[in-house]
Design a binder for this molecule. Structure first.
Ligand SMILES: [Zn+2]
Length: 306
């Protein structure tokens, strides 16, 4: 039997606007951690890389493309096509393939049944294989021991956990749902108060189910964004221990020129400083919106100590 060396991957799942770019920038400054942030999220080739160059002119992405070609791995800058999501036009069977059920046993029975439908599995597995091979190429080139993906998609964590060449750890990043609701309402124009709460609930639910059904509890770290902001040194140390990289005498490098991260605007400016938690929701959310949140999501928010 061929002994294939496993790649150590850390996958971050969270709802959007929960601080995933901060984690990518923070851990990405560690010499043993390689990350491009939201690895599975498409971006425009002519957009700005966090290093300051245009993506298509950036030497980092050019080198990665070259190495991918040498290893016969498809590489399309700006669209790696690795993110596992149901095709919106795929219909019932497509939705069933990706759905996260409340009970682990139901998810496992569904998985077994779908092994009988190789076409659907093949398409998903091809994406996961490509992501693993691309991550490995990058880690090998940089001499890094861990690849961090902050695409935030809980489905991806479930699929990666089942990949034979992946030694997976999962960071479940949680932020007070009221903070997420306020952030979605003030920064994303497409949300209504109802859809903002629903989006938070949907993300939390799938994050919990994916880790509970596919990832052992010792391989999961629940990180509350507010705790990281309040006790940065303590939480960063815990995080590094969990990831499995050096904790003592590490020289973090937060220079912009060495960062090639896909994520929000913070990726351009991060200098290693972790600010106090953003609690604007306390003054910005109306009484009606707070009542709506409480009715729909108060119980689950309290479960996380909020
Ligand atoms: Zn760059």
């Amino acid at each position: 039997m061929v002994n294939v060396e496993k790649i150590r991957m850390v996958y971050l799942t969270s709802v959007e606007h929960s601080g995933s770019t901060l984690i990518a920038c923070l851990l990405g400054g560690h010499p043993q951690v390689m990350t491009v942030g939201e690895f599975g999220t498409p971006f425009p080739k002519n957009g700005n890389c966090s290093c300051g160059a245009i993506y298509q002119d950036c030497a980092f992405w050019q080198k990665w493309a070259e190495l991918a070609e040498q290893n016969s791995v498809p590489f399309e800058l700006g669209n790696f096509d690795i993110n596992i999501l149901p095709d919106p036009a795929g219909g019932f069977w497509e939705d069933l393939f990706y759905y996260q059920f409340p009970l682990k046993i139901v998810d496992r029975i569904r998985d077994t049944l779908y092994l009988l439908l190789p076409q659907r599995n093949k398409a998903a597995q091809a994406k996961i294989d490509r992501s693993v091979r691309l991550a490995k190429i990058l880690c090998d080139a940089a001499g890094a021991s861990v690849f961090l993906d902050t695409t935030k998609n809980p489905l991806q964590a479930g699929f990666l956990a089942q990949h034979q060449q992946v030694d997976l750890k999962v960071i479940c990043l949680v932020r007070d749902g009221r903070g997420v609701m306020n952030s979605l309402l003030t920064k994303e124009r497409t949300y209504t108060p109802e859809s903002a709460v629903d989006s938070w609930l949907w993300g939390i639910r799938n994050m919990e189910r994916a880790q509970r059904h596919y990832v052992g509890s010792s391989q999961v770290y629940f990180l509350k964004l507010e705790e990281l902001c309040q006790q940065p040194e303590l939480k960063l140390t815990e995080l590094l221990k969990f990831v499995g990289v050096e904790v003592d005498d590490v020289e973090f490098d937060y220079s912009q020129a060495k960062r090639h991260i896909v994520g929000n605007r913070m990726r351009h400016f991060f200098d290693g400083t972790i600010k106090k938690p953003d609690e604007a929701w306390r003054s910005e959310l109306s009484k009606e919106n707070l009542a709506l949140f409480e009715a729909k999501a108060g119980r689950i928010n309290r479960k996380y100590g909020y």
